[in-house]
Design a protein around this ligand. Structure first.
Ligand code: ZN
Ligand code: ZN
Length: 113
């Protein structure tokens, strides 16, 4: 039997809410159905362990990605969203603690299973 597809599987990273693997460029988690915000620097959805935001525009970023970006010479050292010149001091790292604030609206009660 031949495999139907011979593609490299899409890279995935964990949903910040339920930790289920979600394709990097997918904006909804198919498991918990939450909308996952995009990192303004990488265009991928944010992850809980990497979560931070620009302190000027408050848009979410994956802090390790923006750090890499700011450490790369020749790349614009400014926030891709608000165009303010930034350093790592302008990136507020929140990690897991910031996840709750990402939810657009509490659709239903959150329950630990
Ligand atoms: Zn999820
Ligand atoms: Zn910004």
């Amino acid at each position: 039997m031949k495999p139907v597809k011979d593609e490299v599987p899409e890279p995935k990273s964990p949903c910040p809410f339920c930790k289920d693997p979600v394709a990097d460029y997918q904006e909804d988690c198919s498991k918990c159905l939450n909308y996952i915000p995009f990192c303004i620097a990488s265009g991928k959805h944010v992850t809980a362990e990497d979560l931070g935001h620009c302190k000027h525009c408050k848009f979410p970023v994956n802090s390790s990605y923006i750090k890499k970006m700011l450490n790369t010479e020749g790349i614009d050292q400014s926030c891709p969203m608000c165009n303010t010149e930034i350093t790592m001091d302008d990136i507020v790292y929140t990690g897991e603690a910031g996840v709750a604030a990402l939810k657009r609206a509490p659709a239903k009660d959150e329950k630990e299973k």
